[in-house]
Design a protein around this ligand. Structure first.
Ligand SMILES: Cc1ncc(COP(=O)(O)O)c(C=O)c1O
Length: 438
C-alpha cells in the first residue's frame, strides 16, 4: 500500500505562538472577544432568517469564527474537528485561571462543571441526572460494556461496520465471561430503513441482551435509524447502545425521541469542543443495570449518572470549553446546523454520482446520512485522492475502510464552515484524477 503523506498544518513554532497568544490575553479581553462573536452571530441571525442567504453570506461569516491556518480546507471532522474561537478563548481563560490560582478554583470548578452537565443535558433533551461527562466515546462504550451484567452465552448484536471502540469492549467481555458477539451485515450503502431494521430483527434470539451499534458509521457515513432500532430492541426486551462518536454537533440530537438506552459521543469531532471530553447518556430507567467501572468516593451514593463520574481529578478547562461549544452551536441553532451539513453533503453526493467510476458508500437519503460522505473511485487508489487534494487545494480528507470487504475509499466531512465553493474544488480534483487515470 502506498504511504499516505501527512502534512504538518502547524509548525511547532506557529502553534506555540497561537497558544501563547491566547494565554497572553487578559480574562477581560477573552470575555470581550467571545461577546463580540456572539453579537455578530445574533446580528446575522436577525438579518438572515432563512437558512441560506442567497450569496452565502451567513455561512461565510460563521466560518470566520474558526481558527484555521490560511487556506486550509478542513474536510475531515470525523477524526478531530476544529474549535471555534470562543471555545479556544474559554479554554485559555480557564487554563489561565487554573495556573494562576490552582487551589482556590476547586471551590467553584465543581459547580461550573454542573452547569456544563445541565447545558449538555438540555442540548440532547435529557435530564442532568442522565448525563456523564466522560473523556470520549471509547470510554462511554466501555463503561456500558463493562458495567452491564452479562453471563456466558448472552448475545450482543453489533454491525459489520463498527469502529474498534464499538467492538473491543465486547470482545473483552467475550473473553472474560463467554458472551457471544453476533455481527449483523449492513449494505454498502443500505437501501432503506427497513433493510437495516430487518437485518437486526433476523439476528435477534432469546439470548440477545443488547444491540450495540454505530449511530454515525465511520466507514460509510450511514446514520443508523436509531428510533426504529430502539423500538425493535425494546419490543424484544433488549437494550440499545448508540455509538454516536460523530453525532453531537452534526445532528440535532434528541435522545428521548431516538429512544436509546445509552448514547456515547465525542464532542471534539463535530461540536467544536477540545479533545479530552465526551458524553455518555444513560437513560434513567436503566441506570441500575449498570455498575460503575471506575470507583472512588460517591460511586455508591451519588444521584443518577453522577455515580459513573467518580473519575478523580479532571481537566476542568476542557469541560468548560465543552460548555462554550454548546453555546456556540445553540446561538446558530442545532436544526439549522444539521440542515446546512446535510445540504452540503447532498450536493457533494449528487455531483459525485455524475462522475464515471465513482461508487458512493453513503446512503443518498438524508434520513440515514449526515455530514460524512464515503466513496471510492474505480482505478484510483484512495491515498492518491487524499494526497492530490491536499497538495493541489489544501483540502484535508482521509482514507477509510477495508480492502477485503469493498469498503475501502475516502471520506469527506462537510461541516458548517465548508462552502459549496470548497466542494466544487474537491469535485474538480476528483474529475481531474478520473480523466488522468492510467
Ligand atoms: C464511530 C466511532 N466510534 C468510536 C470512535 C472512537 O472515538 P474516541 O476516540 O473519541 O473515543 C470513533 C472515532 O473516530 C468513531 O468514528
Amino acid at each position: 500500500m502506498k504511504e499516505q503523506k501527512i502534512l504538518n498544518p502547524f509548525s511547532r513554532r506557529e502553534f506555540v505562538k497561537l497558544f501563547m497568544g491566547g494565554m497572553a490575553y487578559s480574562i477581560y479581553t477573552l470575555n470581550k472577544l467571545n461577546a463580540a462573536v456572539y453579537q455578530s452571530i445574533t446580528s446575522l441571525n436577525q438579518k438572515y432568517i432563512e437558512d441560506e442567504s442567497p450569496d452565502g453570506v451567513y455561512w461565510d461569516a460563521i466560518s470566520k469564527h474558526f481558527l484555521f491556518k490560511d487556506g486550509l480546507i478542513m474536510m475531515n471532522n470525523g477524526t478531530v474537528g476544529p474549535m471555534p474561537k470562543p471555545v479556544f478563548n474559554t479554554l485559555m481563560k480557564y487554563f489561565k485561571i487554573q495556573v494562576t490560582n490552582p487551589f482556590d478554583v476547586y471551590n467553584y470548578f465543581p459547580i461550573k462543571r454542573e452547569e456544563v452537565r445541565i447545558k449538555l443535558a438540555k442540548f440532547i433533551n435529557a435530564s442532568p441526572d442522565e448525563v456523564v461527562i466522560t473523556r470520549n466515546t471509547t470510554e462511554g462504550i466501555n463503561f456500558i460494556a463493562n458495567g452491564l451484567d452479562l453471563k456466558e452465552g448472552d448475545e450482543v448484536l453489533i454491525s459489520n461496520m463498527e469502529h474498534p471502540a464499538g467492538i473491543h469492549p465486547w470482545r473483552l467481555k467475550e473473553k472474560r465471561f463467554g458472551i457471544k458477539i453476533k455481527r449483523v451485515p449492513l449494505g454498502l450503502p443500505p437501501k432503506s430503513v427497513d433493510e437495516i431494521v430487518n437485518a437486526f430483527k433476523k439476528a435477534i434470539t432469546p439470548k440477545t441482551k443488547i444491540i450495540s451499534i454505530s449511530h454515525t458509521v465511520y466507514i460509510s457515513g450511514l446514520i443508523a435509524p436509531l428510533k426504529e432500532l430502539s423500538e425493535l430492541a425494546h419490543k424484544n426486551g433488549i437494550l440499545l447502545l448508540a455509538d454516536s462518536a460523530h453525532g453531537l454537533g452534526m445532528l440535532n440530537i434528541d435522545v428521548k425521541e431516538l429512544g436509546v438506552d445509552f448514547f456515547a459521543s465525542s464532542p471534539y469531532k463535530w461540536l467544536g469542543a477540545p479533545t479530552g471530553c465526551g458524553l455518555l447518556y444513560i437513560r434513567k430507567e436503566v441506570q441500575d443495570r449498570i455498575w460503575p467501572t471506575i470507583a472512588s468516593s460517591g460511586w455508591d451514593t451519588r444521584r443518577g449518572a453522577r455515580k459513573f463520574e467518580t473519575l478523580g481529578q479532571r481537566s476542568d478547562p476542557i469541560i468548560f470549553a465543552l460548555g462554550e461549544a454548546i453555546d456556540f452551536q445553540n446561538i446558530i441553532g442545532k436544526g439549522r446546523i444539521e440542515r446546512r451539513i446535510k445540504t452540503l453533503a447532498g450536493y457533494l453526493k449528487k455531483e459525485l454520482s455524475k462522475i464515471p467510476g465513482v461508487k458512493i458508500h453513503t446512503p443518498l437519503d438524508p434520513y440515514i446520512s449526515g455530514g460524512l460522505t464515503a466513496f471510492s473511485v474505480k482505478g484510483l487508489e484512495p491515498e492518491k485522492i487524499v494526497n492530490y487534494l491536499r497538495e493541489k487545494y489544501n483540502i484535508v480528507i482521509r482514507t477509510i475502510g477495508r480492502k477485503e470487504d469493498g469498503t475501502y475509499g475516502v471520506r469527506v466531512s462537510t461541516h458548517i464552515y465548508i462552502s459549496f465553493k470548497h466542494i466544487d474544488l474537491l469535485l474538480e480534483g476528483i474529475r481531474h484524477l478520473v480523466s488522468h487515470r492510467a
